[in-house]
Unconditional design. Structure first.
Length: 300
């Protein structure tokens, strides 16, 4: 009996190591032709046995895993390179830009071109897109499966519940990974107005940073205004506090984006948000660039 138990434990460890090594192999060969035969042979198992074990331990088929990782790598290229979308699609084995766009939108909720334009300047890090189950909101981040957005009926600032944004998987979390719960609205009703997006935020063991954010885009998806609180961010464990982003909405604005961002491990709660016009006596929180060049002689 004890022999059978220890034998089962040994087999489990063997399978976990095999899966770990297989994932490492897949990660290093995403831009090559990958199929079940090749990966199973590399792992030293029959393809049928390998596929059964992989699906059991990873929770998805080999093909699904490869597809999601290729789309994730494609998302990284969209943000950190100037490669054409068609070239990125072909690089990761999609037969056409149309096929790539369908697959990408299915996972990240936005087509590649819009994803690149909308998200590239959110922060200088990675991201992917998926849908949130919270009405009206979407969730995006460097690793959607490593974060979770949920309504919390036990921790709230006002009313019956708040929304929480939590890192639930830290084992392979990159130091720059982040997640944001966001929504997009038309700028039509706010043109020429000074708008404040505000809310109450609480955090727990945030080792990166957290903050509200707001972005203004025109019809060509050029950024017209932006604030993500990065330079006045929330860190560590904090009780409920009030935060706001205030931007002027220019006449050429087309789309407004608002949300909360969490980088790295930790958990944040958001509650009692407002989105309203404010007077010109309320200062904007847009990035404040110097009016003149600074320290050109490097002597200060």
């Amino acid at each position: 009996m004890r022999y059978a138990y220890f034998r089962a434990q040994e087999v489990t460890r063997l399978y976990y190591k095999m899966i770990h090594d297989s994932i490492e192999f897949i990660e290093h060969h995403l831009d090559e032709e990958l199929n079940l035969d090749r990966i199973a042979k590399e792992a030293g198992f029959s393809k049928f046995h390998y596929h059964r074990i992989f699906q059991k331990y990873v929770g998805k088929s080999v093909a699904e895993f490869i597809r999601s990782r290729r789309l994730s790598s494609a998302a990284h290229l969209l943000l950190y390179s100037d490669e054409r979308i068609l070239d990125i699609a072909l690089h990761y084995g999609f037969e056409s830009q149309e096929a790539f766009t369908r697959a990408f939108k299915g996972l990240y909720a936005l087509p590649p071109a819009q994803y690149r334009a909308q998200m590239k300047l959110l922060i200088q890090e990675r991201e992917e897109f998926t849908m949130s189950e919270i009405k009206g909101w979407m969730i995006t981040g460097s690793a959607p499966t490593k974060y979770k957005a949920a309504l919390d009926m036990q921790v709230y600032h006002k009313g019956r519940n708040s929304v929480s944004l939590e890192c639930i998987e830290t084992q392979y979390l990159d130091v720059n990974d982040f997640c944001t719960l966001m929504q997009q609205i038309s700028a039509t009703n706010y043109l020429g107005k000074r708008i404040r997006f505000a809310g109450f935020v609480r955090t727990e063991e945030v080792s990166g940073w957290c903050g509200l954010w707001m972005r203004i885009d025109d019809k060509q998806q050029n950024m017209l205004g932006f604030d993500n609180m990065q330079y006045r961010s929330i860190k560590g464990t904090t009780d409920w506090n009030y935060y706001a982003c205030v931007l002027d909405i220019p006449p050429e604005a087309n789309c407004l984006n608002i949300g909360i961002i969490l980088t790295g491990p930790g958990k944040a709660w958001l509650d009692d948000c407002t989105f309203e016009e404010v007077g010109m006596d309320v200062p904007v929180t847009d990035i404040d660039l110097p009016k003149e060049p600074q320290n050109l002689k490097f002597e200060e």
